[in-house]
Design a protein. Structure first.
Lengths: 312, 308, 560
């Protein structure tokens, strides 16, 4: 976490001169120096860094160069949109990916498996933005059944704005979330399939067969449980990746989330937004890793015993 | 053991890889497609009559010509033209050359960096290994596209605006390469750990062979299989990443468009009905990535005895 | 009518280049209450027959003919049949207890599931049955251990759990596929005793598949010998072992190292019945032969090695003492045996002597120079040249990406950079012929050779630097007995002709007896005793040595 904070801070500090980006060409040197002092850019570096960390922990990331508004305000405005999008996509990707992966892993030979696999390979080859464009063209331009951009009507619940409570909001989230989840879904299908296939060839599965255990129990009790262990890790990384890829989806569908904000920031070298986004992402990743570790503890007895041995 | 001639060709013909290749229609098909695409892209001057980047050959009169088989199509522009009257087919092939150059360079950059670090980390172990692997862990959790965006963002801050268009392609290669190296590092480290504990490495040590020679002469050839698989899949990912970045407007500049840039430029015309301007580059990109992935998939199944 | 009747069983594997006939018209009958040994070398088809009975042949194998009738039911008549028999009437035990249990289910869950699949019992009854069963196979505190996961058991205990799982629904036929090969001698004898006891108590029919003639001799009533898918000979164990009729069986029995005496060479009976000629050691004239003087070549003093479980925390709690204060010395020209079970530290000592590991404490002197603290590279090379090693696994000890020629060239060039390429070629040919390989072998890759041939290449590579000390770490334990006999003969010849000093490491007491002048016995990193070989076998002084000697399976036990 601190590492990321430092990186974002370095970004803030050493990448170009923020003053140049903030003010126009015609600003005088005196005005520049004044601005520099009000921003605290003349202080020694370690003071600046402590101040940065201090402010960041309070959620204060400074003022956007481009939009001239506090970054924290911009982020909290956009946060719900991104989180809702990512959540829906993650659910789609995890559930359908795992189901299809298990199916193709168990039924190795069969037309349906072959078709699913071919599609999944195509899915890995389709860049997210191409899928997005395709969907827009198909459902919005030709069929005209679903909206091609925005979140639809949102309902405000205190700090949170949600699109789940209105019909147009629900309709609006379909295309972006499916687009976003497709790539991850295909990835999960392939992973789960490979895992299942490997497990079904292990000695303990063969031994279970030799004991006359029913195929159904072998597939869903013995193999699936073992096969799901790596899925947890992937699910963690998956959510992180979804957040990153939401940048693209949000751009294609003009979804008013953080990714859209970030991409604009990159184009305009708006360092405060970039660093705030980074800190936010790092925070999410740390949280995800933490949750994944806890889940492992509950699912894999081998780790559980190790942990008990250390604590006891 | 019989005494048949052991030429290189007979060895290849006798190998399981060759056998599995000629038995796999998808592998052959994807190879054929890739050979055609690579040839047309790198020798594009020989293949197409047009140079879309020579302004004198362009005529705005030809702009927005639809594909040749549609109502207003012209037979000289098979896939139609874009908003500046450039022939789509030639533009796509020129674009694909840039995409391929960026993709290959990025993968090679990532491969050299990743394998170098992974191999040495696995071989030497200790604190050095710990640091390298921590680094890959951290970077693996940061999605590649974000990493690439970040590098690009920093580069924009450092490099002046005028210089930026010229440097864009190098920045892009660096950005994508940097985002992909951890995969190579992980795979080659894992493979190195397996190989390092094999007795032939101990035997070489006992003979007195130096570490550097053991690493590069003995271990490196033995870990190349998984690295090549990752490299192939990585090439598809790199091409997609390049297209994505260009699509987002942070990749190669429109003056020398890659496939992604073409799709972005064409996207503006999608709603007005000129679908071909974005459709054909997109299809071409998907075909390219799909063929590479098919080949990579086949390689993974063939080169990984675990799953057979 | 026999309890199990295998009639003309044929199993084919359709491979890419050819069809492998893993079983060719095999006829075997098994009665209740008897243990039938199924013995053969690798590739003989013994496991295939076992798997065919329970219809679990790995792809792409297929039963192509014949029938298997168990207690009147034809297994291959109807695919449903076997599903009713598995677990219920037939139990199966695999070789490796580490991998045969599902790691994320407790052994209780696995037992209850199996019991409830076949017997109409409720959960409570199934649990009681399972706990009684665990007690029966010798697991203490069965009611507590019931809720443990497989990784909480040691290897021998895990194999007991596997046996309890195989027996939990009271099958009448038990197929044990190399059930003790992955275990140490002391645990092996316990597991074999358990199988013998259960056979008697439950009147089981048992098929014991193994490559170990000692196990066959001590455990089985009848034995079937297989080779390349053919059933060579079947009969009462005593008759087969003492008076074999077929040449192959004779060869097999004679290549087993006897446990009760030392022989000079192994008798090799080849198919054509030709007598083995003395090895032509061509490298002899290149060799600067050391005169044997009665002097120590290697001296190991108070050697210790500690491995840290976790190298971040250097706490002593996690560290394992692999070698603990071991001292011994090896005379020039002697062959010295290092014996112990897994975890005894024998391989660790070998790796310290060849300088792959550095000792945590103690010294190793070679030719009166301490070699543990050499930092100078040039100095080190002098010793590297004189100490070479042969490894256990013939598959991993050769780099598969290099031709045999390049593998052997490496040590030659490294220690003699000025050598001409013509001279190298001649040297390689001489080396290859000295280990009984053809000159053409030089142009081939390791994967084109069999295990025994690879081990010969390994020996050629080790000899290329003209070492004085050859460390052999279980050089034959991955090989079939007939190949083992050949390699051991070769090592003996080489030692005699070249005056090599050999450090021979093995867990196999009969093999060590044939190879060594003196033997050191190790247990848990500590030295138990050092004696002259014959003295150790006839009159062991340490309790542990006595235990090992009583427990090792003896092919001669059939005479009693």
């Amino acid at each position: 976490m601190l590492v990321v904070a430092f990186v974002s801070f370095s970004l803030f500090n050493f990448v170009g001169d923020p003053i140049n980006n903030m003010v126009g060409e015609e600003t005088s040197d005196a005005e520049r120096t004044e601005l520099r002092e009000t921003l605290g850019l003349t202080d020694p570096i370690y003071i600046q860094f402590t101040r940065f960390v201090g402010n960041a922990s309070k959620g204060n990331f400074g003022i956007s160069y481009q939009l001239k508004r506090p970054v924290s305000e911009l982020i909290s405005e956009r946060l719900p949109a991104t989180i809702e999008l990512v959540l829906v996509s993650a659910l789609i990707a995890l559930i359908s990916g795992t189901l299809l992966g298990v199916y193709t892993g168990i039924n190795r030979k069969g037309y349906l498996s072959d078709i699913i696999l071919a599609i999944s390979l195509l899915g890995v080859s389709l860049p997210t933005f191409v899928i997005g464009i395709l969907f827009i063209y198909l459902f919005a331009v030709i069929l005209g059944v679903l909206p091609s951009f925005g979140r639809g009507e949102v309902v405000s619940l205190g700090y949170w704005t949600t699109g789940f409570l209105t019909l147009s909001g629900l309709k609006a989230i379909i295309l972006p979330s499916v687009t976003l989840s497709l790539f991850q879904m295909t990835y999960i299908i392939r992973l789960v399939r490979a895992e299942m296939m490997e497990i079904l060839q292990t000695d303990y599965i063969k031994f279970a067969r030799a004991r006359g255990i029913k195929e159904k129990s072998i597939h869903y009790k013995h193999a699936l449980k073992n096969g799901l262990i790596p899925v947890i890790t992937i699910a963690g990384i998956n959510i992180g990746t979804l957040i990153a890829f939401s940048i693209i989806t949000e751009t294609v569908f003009q979804w008013p989330g953080m990714g859209f904000l970030f991409i604009q920031a990159v184009q305009f070298v708006d360092i405060p937004i970039m660093s705030a986004y980074l800190v936010f992402i790092a925070f999410v990743f740390v949280m995800i890793n933490f949750i994944v570790d806890i889940l492992y503890y509950f699912i894999d007895p081998r780790i559980r015993v190790k942990a008990e041995a250390v604590s006891g | 053991m019989d005494n048949k001639k052991l030429t290189l060709i007979s060895r290849i013909k006798d190998s399981d890889i060759y056998f599995s290749f000629i038995k796999s229609p998808t592998a052959i098909l994807s190879t054929v497609i890739l050979v055609i695409i690579f040839f047309c892209s790198f020798f594009v001057e020989l293949v197409t009559p047009y140079n879309p980047f020579d302004p004198s050959s362009l005529s705005l009169m030809d702009a927005f010509t639809p594909p040749s088989w549609t109502e207003n199509g012209l037979s000289k522009f098979i896939l139609g033209t874009d908003g500046q009257g450039r022939d789509m087919l030639s533009t796509i092939l020129y674009g694909s050359r840039i995409s391929l150059i960026v993709g290959f360079s990025a993968v090679i950059f990532a491969l050299v960096l990743g394998v170098g670090l992974g191999l040495s980390a696995g071989y030497f172990g200790g604190k050095y290994e710990m640091i390298v692997m921590r680094l890959t862990d951290v970077q693996l959790t940061v999605p590649s596209i974000l990493m690439a965006l970040l590098v690009d963002g920093i580069a924009r801050g450092i490099i002046s605006r005028e210089m930026h268009d010229e440097m864009a392609i190098y920045v892009l290669i660096f950005a994508i390469g940097i985002s992909e190296w951890p995969q190579f590092a992980r795979v080659s480290r894992a493979a190195t750990l397996v190989e390092k504990n094999k007795d032939y490495v101990s035997a070489s040590t006992i003979i007195g062979v130096s570490n550097i020679i053991i690493m590069f002469k003995h271990i490196l050839p033995n870990i190349m299989r998984p690295v090549l698989v990752i490299g192939t899949i990585g090439l598809a990912l790199a091409i997609i990443a390049e297209a994505t970045l260009s699509f987002l407007g942070v990749g190669v500049p429109p003056t020398t468009p890659s496939l992604g840039t073409l799709i972005r430029l064409g996207n503006d015309f999608l709603f007005s009905g000129e679908w071909w301007i974005t459709f054909f580059p997109a299809i071409f990109l998907v075909l390219l990535a799909f063929s590479i992935n098919l080949l990579g998939d086949w390689m993974r199944d063939t080169l990984n005895p675990k799953l057979n | 009518m026999s309890f199990l009747k295998i009639n003309n069983l044929s199993v084919n594997y359709e491979m890419r280049r050819e069809t492998v006939y893993a079983a060719k018209k095999v006829n075997i009958n098994v009665e209740k209450g008897e243990i039938l040994g199924l013995v053969g070398e690798s590739g003989s088809g013994k496991s295939t027959v076992g798997n065919a009975i329970i219809n679990l042949i790995d792809e792409p194998g297929k039963v192509s003919g014949g029938s298997i009738i168990l207690d009147g039911t034809n297994i291959y008549e109807n695919p449903e049949n076997i599903l009713k028999l598995r677990g219920n009437k037939i139990g199966l035990i695999f070789q490796d207890p580490q991998t045969s249990l599902n790691p994320i289910l407790t052994i209780g869950e696995q037992l209850i599931e199996t019991i409830q699949t076949h017997l109409k019992l409720n959960k409570e009854e199934a649990k009681n049955k399972a706990i009684n069963l665990l007690k029966e196979v010798g697991i203490k505190d069965a009611d507590v251990r019931f809720d443990n996961y497989p990784h909480q058991f040691s290897g021998g205990m895990r194999q007991r759990v596997v046996i309890s799982l195989a027996l939990c629904c009271e099958p009448e036929l038990l197929i044990a596929d190399e059930p003790t090969t992955a275990l140490d001698v002391s645990i092996q004898s316990q597991i074999l005793d358990l199988i013998k006891r259960l056979t008697k108590e439950r009147n089981l029919a048992v098929i014991l598949i193994t490559h170990d003639m000692g196990v066959i001799s001590e455990t089985t009533n009848r034995v079937a010998v297989m080779k390349n898918g053919d059933l060579v000979e079947i009969g009462p164990t005593k008759e087969i072992l003492t008076n074999p009729k077929e040449i192959y069986t004779k060869a097999l029995v004679s290549s087993v190292p006897p446990t009760n005496k030392k022989i000079n060479r192994f008798k090799i009976i080849e198919k054509e019945n030709k007598t083995q000629s003395e090895t032509n050691i061509k490298i002899l004239n290149r060799w600067t032969k050391k005169e044997i003087i009665d002097q120590d070549l290697v001296e190991v003093k108070n050697l210790s090695k500690t491995f840290d479980d976790n190298f971040f925390t250097e706490s002593s709690k996690n560290s394992v003492m692999a070698v603990d204060g071991v001292s011994f010395s090896i005379k020039e020209g002697e062959s010295f045996g290092l014996v112990g079970e897994s975890g005894s530290g024998k391989s660790t000592i070998a790796k310290m002597i060849v300088n792959l590991y550095s000792p945590s404490a103690g010294d190793i002197n070679f030719d009166n120079v301490c070699i543990t603290n050499i930092t100078n590279n040039k100095e080190m090379m002098k010793f590297r040249k004189q100490i070479q090693m042969i490894f256990q696994d013939p598959y991993s000890s050769l780099n598969g990406r290099l031709k045999v020629k390049d593998i052997i060239t490496e040590p030659i060039k490294l220690h003699n950079p000025s050598i001409s390429s013509q001279e190298i070629d001649n040297y390689i040919y001489d080396l290859l012929e000295s280990v009984e390989l053809t000159q053409q072998s030089a142009e081939r890759y390791p994967h084109e050779f069999s295990g025994g041939q690879r081990q010969r290449i390994s020996i050629a590579r080790a000899l290329a630097t003209q070492p004085r000390l050859l460390v052999c770490d279980e050089p034959t334990s991955a090989l079939d007995v007939s190949i083992q006999a050949q390699i051991l003969n070769l090592l003996k010849d080489l030692q005699e002709q070249l005056n090599l000093t050999i450090l021979f490491i093995s867990h196999d007491l009969p093999v060590v007896r044939q190879m060594c002048d003196r033997i050191a016995v190790l247990k848990n990193g500590k030295l138990c005793e050092i004696s002259k070989t014959e003295e150790l076998f006839k009159n062991p002084s340490h309790d542990y040595t006595k235990e090992l000697l009583t427990l090792m399976p003896k092919i001669e036990s059939i005479y009693n």
